[in-house]
Ligand binder design. Structure first.
Ligand code: ZN
Ligand code: ZN
Length: 362
């Protein structure tokens, strides 16, 4: 009987394993998941196409047996027996054997370390590798293995503020990609520290849910007034691109303060500290306020979100201050009988107070 040393646990609990088992001198890739959280307990068997093809006629009965088997080793024995029986019955496998290719991937994953493997698709073509940056944040590198691997390099995807570049060379390995990914994470660690500090201590109006690649934030300053920032991920403490949203008479003094105090900006301080120092204000935060105070709804459609847009246009009249989605106020002004246009702007009036109001043409 095989001792199954080519099968490795995929997690600390040992209820998910993957690897190769041998039956009648043929290798099969298997991926076994024991779902302990259901009652009765369920065992799911996945693996290469060849495994499924050979086991297809008996898969249902085999899974029933597996559900009643106690240890992983006994389950592997059951699978191996079933494979041997089926191969005897149907004869040698006439189709292309892809196990040599699976073996290469398996060895390369083993070199990365099984604790770094977060997911393997049942056809072994999509892998997720997990890395941790200097501040203990988890990041996933999704890897797609091509048919001609390792001669042809994999495709990958990850959540970074800049494109992840990697040139696959002959004899290259997943471990090399993973190491470069890890170094790249460390390069952006300060950027994420800065963004995490903003996210934790201010009200972020946009994006609604941020990802690690987002360099933009719209921060609430007061009801109807917000600051839109674009941060450089390679120099996260440098002065960001700032854009103020809200009634011009409120925004103008904030902008003037920023320009007057810009010499106080210190790149050794965090972005949040610098912004508060230069703007001479403390941002409203989850500790001191509720977000609804700043999520002012649109005066035309009466909702806060229109698709992904928030009400970013505000009537400048001090007694009005009504906010609108750009698309809503544009439609309104466009339909006015006395609308005027000049260059890319439409001129009309506020639907609430009738004072002059304009918006850019969409
Ligand atoms: Zn609206
Ligand atoms: Zn108005």
């Amino acid at each position: 009987m095989d001792n199954f040393d080519q099968v490795m646990p995929l997690n600390y609990f040992g209820n998910e394993v993957a690897g190769f088992i041998c039956a009648m001198n043929e290798e099969f890739y298997i991926h076994l998941i024991v779902q302990d959280n259901t009652y009765p307990r369920k065992v799911r068997l996945r693996g290469c196409e060849k495994l499924h093809r050979v086991l297809k006629p008996v898969l249902h009965t085999l899974e029933k047996h597996l559900n009643q088997t106690n240890t992983i080793k006994d389950m592997l024995c059951e699978i191996q027996n079933a494979l041997e029986q089926q191969i005897r019955l149907i004869g040698p496998n006439p189709l292309v054997d892809r196990c040599a290719e699976y073996n290469v991937i398996f060895e390369q994953l083993q070199a990365c370390g099984w604790d770094k493997v977060d997911f393997i698709s049942s056809d072994f073509h999509e892998l997720h590798l997990k890395a941790v940056d200097e501040s203990d944040r988890e990041h996933i590198l999704k890897v797609w293995i091509p048919d001609k691997f390792p001669n042809e390099g994999p495709k990958f995807e990850c959540d970074l503020p800049q494109d992840f570049q990697y040139r696959w060379l002959p004899d290259d390995s997943l471990l090399n990609i993973f190491s470069v990914f890890q170094e790249t994470l460390n390069m952006f660690a300060e950027f994420w520290n800065i963004m995490d500090e903003l996210d934790k201590n201010t009200w972020i109006l946009e994006p609604e849910t941020s990802s690690r690649k987002d360099c933009k934030r719209r921060i609430a300053l007061s009801p109807g007034v917000s600051l839109f920032l674009v941060v450089n991920p390679l120099m996260p403490t440098a002065v960001p691109t700032c854009h103020y949203l809200g009634p011009e008479r409120v925004v103008e003094p904030v902008r003037a303060k920023f320009n007057k105090n810009i010499h106080k900006w210190n790149e050794f301080d965090s972005l949040l500290t610098n912004l508060q120092q230069v703007l001479e204000l403390e941002f409203p935060s989850p500790a001191t306020s509720v977000k609804e105070e700043f999520c002012i709804e649109c005066g035309i459609c009466y909702s806060y979100l229109l698709g992904e847009a928030t009400p970013e246009m505000t009537c400048d009249s001090p007694d009005c201050n009504q906010s609108f989605h750009h698309a809503c106020i544009y439609e309104y002004i466009r339909m006015l009988p006395d609308v005027r246009s000049s260059f890319n702007k439409l001129f009309g009036h506020c639907p609430y107070c009738n004072k002059p109001m304009w918006c850019t043409i969409l």
